[in-house]
Design a protein around this ligand. Structure first.
Ligand code: PMP
Length: 461
């Protein structure tokens, strides 16, 4: 077997990558021409690439490395479990200690009436589980017609056919025959982009009422569930107006609709609580989890199911499961992650130190000529870029052009800041300290300055 290592020249690694590796959400032809950035190591909140650059990871990987990189306790937990029991399944009346222990721990952290976990290896898989859970629940209750699921435009719930259909990304739906039938999308509560002349409060209620209208259109006896992220992440950190979630909750209660909170990003501390639902005042029946459950050190996710739904599902054989449901190594690593989070009081750190510091820092960028809105909740933030603040105008150039320029400028300044269209997104590891928040804000400011010059010189304003 050929030996490929961190010590090979970057160009050689890039050529091999281009020859054999198809990347997610990427034009591989364009990537082959440019050459992928090769990350070789990481420690704390910093990545190192194959050219020796030290890059501040303002995205915690993909919103997931909550405890930061390089934690040897996590490696030790994996090694211990691999030596003792590297794999066994949880099918056929079987279980093992890591799955038992992790399920118990997650149930302890979840709201009081949510005590059952169905494990998966990712958020996508967990949301596929959810589609089948809610439909099976209503079928068991003698209402098989209650099978439609309502979601939102610009939501992200995963990339499998089921979860991608739940998501509201039209550019995904255009490829490969999504959405599957029975899934409907209402507007998102993005006041800054879509609120027009309404106040944020009015707009929040108006968006929530779209759920009621959709339920009435489809018929209450046809709708199984509503799914939403407490705060939309991949859609660009869309923090809903305060009026939104209470009205959604009222509607779900009134029409007997199961509420699925997709906590894949918001869960495990990112909003300054164990779950975003606590922060946003939501009472879900099911919560989707992944990412921060293991801080990304192992692929693991799942559905936390409320007692009532779990009891009804439990009355039949639920014909669903994954080879790696409750994988012992992933479960042991997730358990270690939760231990570290509790021992280091990470939620408290977010609530009292990191989130207020990130907010104060990013708000200093609000006056920048390109920035229209600083949207932030806990450790999720985005800067909406605009050619004209007061009218909340969009750029004339194709959506994402200015965001891409700014993202590239951030990279050139050794900061990972992602763009979603023309919003710049920040979501750093939760362990981040003041000094690195200052560095993040300074680099983001420089990236904005450079992007502004480039945008002006290209006549894109
Ligand atoms: N739900 C949400 C809210 C997400 O942000 C993501 C991933 N970004 C997913 C589901 C899908 O998770 P995964 O990529 O682990 O399948």
């Amino acid at each position: 077997m050929s030996v490929i290592s961190n010590h090979m020249p970057t160009a050689e690694l890039q050529a091999l990558d281009a020859a054999h590796h198809m990347h997610p959400f990427t034009s591989n032809e364009a990537l082959a021409n440019k050459g992928a950035r090769v990350i070789t190591r990481a420690d704390g909140v910093y990545l190192t690439d194959s050219d020796g650059n030290r890059i501040l990871d303002g995205m915690a990987g993909l919103w997931c490395v909550n405890i930061g990189y390089g934690r040897t306790e996590m490696a030790d937990a994996a090694a211990r479990q691999m030596k003792e029991l590297p794999y066994y399944n949880t099918f056929f009346m079987t279980t093992h200690v890591p799955a038992i222990a992790l399920a118990q721990e997650v149930a302890k952290l979840a709201p009081a009436d949510m005590n059952q976990i169905f494990f998966a290896s990712s958020g996508s898989e967990a949301n596929d589980t959810n589609i089948r859970l809610v439909r099976t629940y209503w079928a068991q209750k003698g209402k098989p017609g209650k099978s439609h699921i309502i979601s939102r435009k610009n939501a992200y719930h995963g990339s499998s056919v089921g979860s991608g259909s739940l998501g509201g990304m039209t550019y995904m739906h255009e490829q490969g025959g999504m959405p599957i039938p029975g899934i409907h999308h209402i507007n998102q509560p993005d006041w800054w982009s879509e609120g027009g002349d309404m106040t944020p409060e009015e707009f929040g209620v108006a968006c929530a009422k779209e759920l009621e209208a959709k339920i009435l259109e489809l018929g209450e006896d046809k709708v199984a569930a509503f799914i939403a992220e407490p705060v939309q992440g991949a859609g660009g950190v869309i923090v809903p107006p305060e009026t939104y979630w209470p009205e959604i909750q009222r509607i779900c209660d009134e029409y007997e609709i199961l509420l699925i909170a997709d906590e894949v990003i918001c869960g495990f501390g990112r909003l300054g609580a164990w779950f975003g639902s606590e922060v946003m005042g939501i009472k879900p029946h099911i919560m989707t989890i992944a990412k921060g459950l293991s801080s990304g050190y192992q692929p693991i996710g799942g559905s936390i199911v409320c007692d009532e739904v779990a009891e009804v599902i439990g009355q039949t054989e639920f014909n669903h499961g994954y080879t790696y449901s409750g994988h012992p190594v992933a479960a042991a690593v997730a358990l270690e992650n939760l231990r570290i989070m509790q021992e280091e009081n990470l939620i408290e750190h977010v609530r009292t130190a990191a989130a207020p510091a990130l907010k104060a820092g990013l708000e200093t960028l609000a006056d920048h000529p390109l920035v229209g809105e600083v949207s932030i909740k806990g450790m999720m933030a985005s800067l909406a870029l605009t050619p004209h603040k007061d009218s909340r105008a969009k750029f004339a150039s194709e959506r994402g052009t200015i965001g891409t320029i700014c993202r590239d400028r951030a990279f050139a300044n050794n900061l990972v800041m992602r763009h979603v269209g023309d919003r710049m997104v920040v979501s750093p590891p939760l362990i981040i300290q003041q000094e690195d928040i200052d560095a993040l804000v300074e680099r983001a400011g420089k990236a904005l300055d450079e992007a502004y010059s480039e945008v002006k010189s290209k006549g894109l304003l």
